[in-house]
Design a protein around this ligand. Structure first.
Ligand code: PLP
Ligand code: COI
Length: 341
């Protein structure tokens, strides 16, 4: 199979239309059998629930070409389950976990020419999305939905160039609410974060650090990634909160850190204790591990001394282990890597 003529090494994180996607529609109380289609357009009612009441959720995952030439996806069962949970919370009829995994396989197989070659650092990003297509006028769930998975080859989420570590600001906005939808991948969470991210970029920051919406004293996450921190004695700490997205990358990293012999803690992390950490990183499918050098808390700078200029040693070890597993250089824990071809 011939690869597409794409400048793989210089891909950013964006939409690059590929040839095929998977679509299944929900109507008359059931999901249809679903199929691969070339149609990248969606035509829906002007009164569709997704347009007015944001009844939609999505996922993000990647397919990788491994060192020995296979194509794999990383822990798709966890994305399938998280999307199931998101759908339930949004009153969207959930898509069965086994069917989600099968659809992922179909989309990757149908777009093999777009899976970036090994060694380019790029991957094929998969974007499962579910949304209300049926008309609703009163505030209630729609009767019709679409489940779709499309693919796009991607490079790094954060642009290279300039300083190699990110600079964040503590946001005055919240991305979630107490007892809200922060823990699921609802489109509405991202709508909430658009104004704050535009503001942060205008002010010269790479991202926002959101605090817990109840007390605004504890660290939550950014608009698109979880946090981890490293203490001076190499303990890997990640915030625990009911309103952050349970990142699959973060859960994987914490388990790898433990296997590597680091002490790990998932606990509440106070803004006031940040200066005690020596490394900070963002983690997620798109972000992979992106080092954070500084956090600006209303003019007061908090510096992470070992992740000022790129990843510190603990972050680097975790990064090498995670990407080693994803690109087939290291054998991962049982069931983490699903081989497509
Ligand atoms: N937090 C938010 C708000 C996200 O959008 C994402 C991306 O999916 C993550 C964290 C990271 O999650 P994962 O590692 O499952 O991609
Ligand atoms: C992902 O990492 O897959 C996400 O969905 C994050 C998004 C902000 C791009």
């Amino acid at each position: 199979m011939e690869k597409k003529n794409i400048d793989w090494e210089n891909l950013g994180f964006g939409y690059y239309k590929t040839d095929k996607r998977y679509v299944s529609n929900f109507k008359d109380g059931k999901w249809d059998s679903g199929c691969i289609t070339e149609d990248s357009m969606v035509t829906i009612s002007e009164c569709a629930g997704v347009i007015h009441y944001c009844q939609t959720c999505f996922e993000g995952m990647k397919a990788y070409t491994t060192q020995d030439g296979h194509v794999v996806v990383f822990r798709p069962d966890l994305n399938a389950q998280r999307m199931y949970d998101s759908a339930v919370r949004l009153e969207i009829p959930p898509f069965p976990v086994e069917r989600f995994i099968d659809a992922v396989e179909q989309v990757v197989k149908a777009n093999l020419e777009f899976v970036p070659p090994y060694g380019t650092g790029a991957a094929l990003y998969l974007r499962p999305v579910m949304f209300a297509t049926g008309p609703v006028m009163g505030v209630k769930p729609a009767q019709e939905y679409q489940f779709r998975i499309f693919a796009s080859p991607v490079g790094p989420y954060f642009k290279k160039g300039g300083a190699s570590s990110l600079v964040l600001k503590v946001s005055d906005f919240d991305r979630s609410a107490p007892h809200g939808t922060g823990h699921i991948k609802a489109g509405l969470n991202y709508a909430m974060s658009l104004h704050p991210i535009v503001k942060a970029h205008d002010e010269g920051f790479n991202e926002n650090m959101y605090l817990d919406p109840q007390t605004r004293t504890k660290v939550e996450e950014t608009g698109g990634a979880n946090f981890f921190f490293v203490t001076a004695d190499n303990t890997v700490v990640t915030p625990k909160s009911p309103s952050i997205l349970p990142s699959i990358t973060r859960r994987s990293l914490m388990s790898l850190a433990e296997n590597l012999g680091y002490k790990v803690e998932e606990r509440e992390v106070y803004l006031s204790e940040l200066s005690e950490f020596v490394e900070c990183g963002l983690c997620g499918t798109a972000a992979v591990i992106s080092p954070v050098g500084k956090v600006n808390d209303h003019g007061k700078e908090i510096l992470f001394k070992n992740s000022q200029n790129g990843m510190g040693p603990v972050s680097k070890k975790l990064y090498d282990t995670l990407t080693g597993i994803q690109f087939g250089r290291i054998e991962g824990p049982e069931g983490w890597v699903r081989q497509i071809i």
